[in-house]
Ligand binder design. Structure first.
Ligand code: HEM
Length: 430
C-alpha cells in the first residue's frame, strides 16, 4: 500500500511525467496521488472531471492552495471563494467577454504589428524575454484601457508582477514543513511589500484617468475597496501574462518546424488582413486554419496544466464517497495526452475535433478562465500577423520539453527571424 507523501519526490522531480504515468496505469476515474497525509484524487475521466469542476461551490471549490497564496496576491477572483468570487466575476465578466474585448482589437493589432516590425529589423526573437512582455502589453490594453497606462508605469508593473509571481511559485513548490530562516523570510516580505506598493500606485494612477477600462469601472461600480481592485488587477495580470506568453512560444516553435503549415496560415492571413485593417473581426471567424492551429497547440501545451479542488461538505460522485478535506486534481495536460481519449495524443494534428469532453484548456464550470476571449483574440491575431509576415528558425534539435511552473512554460529559445515577403501589412501602426 502506498504511503502518505510517497509521490512528493517524483512530483517535484517531474510532475508532468508523474501525472501521465500514474493515469496510464489506472482505469479512467479517480486515481490516487500521495502528495500529503491523505490521497489527492487525480480525475482522469473527462465526465467525472467536468462533474467535479461544475459541482456547487459551497461543497467543492478551490481550497488549501488558495489559502497559501492569498497573503501574496491578495483577495481576488483567483483566490476568493463563495460570494466574493461571484461578485468579482460578475463585475468583470461583461468587459472581458468577446463583446467587451472587440473595441480593443485595433490597439492589439497595432501592438502586434509593431512587434512584427521590430522582429523584422532585429532578425531574431528571444522567446523567454519578448513573448511574455508582448502578452503583458496586450493584456494591459483590456485590463487598463486604451493608452490608460504609460510605458514607464507598464515597465514598473512588469517587474512588480514578476516579483509576486516568483513568490507564488516559491510558496507552491517549496518543500512542506521546511520553514524559512528569519533573514530569508524578511527578504521575501520586503520584496513582496515593495512589489505590492508599486502595483497599488500604478493602479491608483490609472484609476484617475478618464481612459480607464470597462474592467476597472466595473470593479468600481461593484463597490470593491481600493485594495481589492488592486488585487483584481494583479490577479488578471498574473493569470493572463505567462499563459498567453508561453502559448505564443509554442505557436512560434511549430511554425518554425512546419514551413508548410506556416505558409498555409500565411495565406489565410493574407485573406484576413484587409478586414483586420478595417477592424472587422469577422475575419477571425473566417480563418479556421489558425483556429485549429491554436486549438492543437493548447491541447498539447495547456498553459493552465492543472487545477485543484477541495471538498467542503461530504459528497458522493459515481458511487464514491468523499470526505471533508479530500482534494481533487484535474490536469488538462494529462487529459489532453491520454491515449484512451485521443488518437496518437503526442502527435501534432490539425484535423482533430476540439469540441469533446476531454478538451479543456480554459477549464470548466464556475472557475473557468475569465480571460478566454482576451486570450483567443491575442493568440489568433498573433498567429495571423506573425505567420503572414515572418518565418522562424529555432536552435532546438528536438521537440522541447515543457517546463512545469505555475503555468506550463515554453522552455525558451532564440529564433532566427526573416521576412516572408516585403510586407504591405506593416503599414498599420498605432
Ligand atoms: C492561453 C491562455 C490562457 C489559458 C490556457 C488559461 C487557462 C485557465 C484555466 C485552465 C483556468 C481555470 C483554473 C481553475 O479551474 O482553477 C483559468 C482561470 C483564470 N484565468 Fe486564464 N488562461 C489563459 C489566459 C488568461 C488571460 C489572458 C486572463 C486575463 C487577462 C486570464 C485570467 C484568468 C483568471 C482571473 C482565472 C481565475 C478564474 C476564476 O477562478 O474564476 N487567463 N485560466
Amino acid at each position: 500500500m502506498a504511503m502518505p507523501f510517497s509521490d512528493v519526490s517524483a512530483f517535484r522531480r517531474n510532475p508532468l511525467h508523474l501525472l501521465l504515468n500514474r493515469a496510464a496505469n489506472h482505469p479512467l476515474g479517480f486515481v490516487p496521488l500521495h502528495l500529503g497525509l491523505r490521497p489527492m484524487w487525480l480525475v482522469t475521466d473527462p465526465k467525472l472531471a467536468r462533474s467535479v469542476l461544475k459541482w456547487p461551490t459551497a461543497q467543492v471549490d478551490k481550497g488549501r492552495l488558495v489559502q497559501t497564496i492569498t497573503p501574496l496576491v491578495g483577495k481576488s477572483l483567483l483566490t476568493n471563494v463563495g460570494n466574493a468570487h461571484a461578485t468579482s466575476k460578475n463585475a468583470m465578466h461583461r468587459h472581458v467577454h468577446r463583446s467587451g474585448v472587440i473595441p480593443n482589437i485595433d490597439r492589439m493589432v497595432a501592438i502586434i504589428v509593431q512587434f512584427v516590425a521590430r522582429l523584422t529589423v532585429a532578425g531574431s526573437v528571444d522567446t523567454t524575454q519578448e513573448l511574455p512582455e508582448l502578452a503583458f502589453q496586450l493584456a494591459c490594453v483590456v485590463v487598463f484601457g486604451h493608452d490608460a497606462i504609460t510605458a514607464a508605469d507598464r515597465t514598473l508593473l512588469v517587474q512588480a508582477v514578476r516579483t509576486v509571481e516568483a513568490e507564488v511559485a516559491d510558496s507552491i513548490f517549496r518543500l512542506p514543513f521546511v520553514p524559512r530562516l528569519p533573514w530569508d523570510a524578511r527578504k521575501h516580505t520586503d520584496r513582496l511589500s515593495y512589489a505590492r506598493f508599486v502595483i497599488d500606485t500604478v493602479v491608483k494612477r490609472v484609476r484617475s484617468s478618464e481612459k480607464r477600462s470597462g474592467v476597472i469601472r466595473g470593479l468600481e461600480d461593484a463597490g470593491l475597496s481600493d485594495e481589492d481592485i488592486s488585487a483584481e488587477v494583479l490577479g488578471l495580470l498574473i493569470a493572463g501574462h505567462h499563459t498567453t506568453g508561453a502559448t505564443m512560444g509554442w505557436l512560434l516553435y511549430h511554425l518554425s518546424v512546419d514551413p508548410e503549415i506556416a505558409e498555409m496560415i500565411g495565406i489565410e492571413a493574407d485573406q484576413a488582413m484587409q478586414k483586420l485593417e478595417e477592424n472587422d473581426v469577422t475575419a477571425l471567424k473566417q480563418a479556421p486554419l489558425s483556429e485549429a492551429y491554436i486549438s492543437e497547440i493548447l491541447r498539447l501545451y495547456p498553459a493552465g496544466w492543472w487545477t485543484s479542488r477541495e471538498v467542503f461538505e461530504p459528497i458522493e460522485i459515481k458511487g464514491q464517497k468523499f470526505r471533508v478535506g479530500d482534494m481533487f486534481m484535474v490536469s488538462p495536460w494529462q487529459m489532453h495526452r491520454d491515449h484512451r481519449l485521443w488518437a496518437q495524443p503526442s502527435e501534432f494534428k490539425l484535423e482533430r475535433e476540439f469540441s469533446g469532453e476531454a478538451y479543456m484548456p480554459f477549464g470548466v464550470g464556475p472557475r473557468a478562465c475569465i480571460g478566454m476571449s482576451i486570450a483567443w483574440f491575442e493568440l489568433q491575431l498573433f498567429t495571423l500577423l506573425v505567420a503572414g509576415s515572418l518565418r522562424f528558425r529555432g536552435s532546438l534539435q528536438s521537440i522541447p520539453a515543457p517546463v512545469p511552473s505555475i503555468t506550463l512554460l515554453y522552455p525558451g529559445d532564440v529564433f532566427e527571424v526573416r521576412p516572408r515577403m516585403p510586407s504591405s501589412r506593416l503599414k498599420m501602426t498605432g
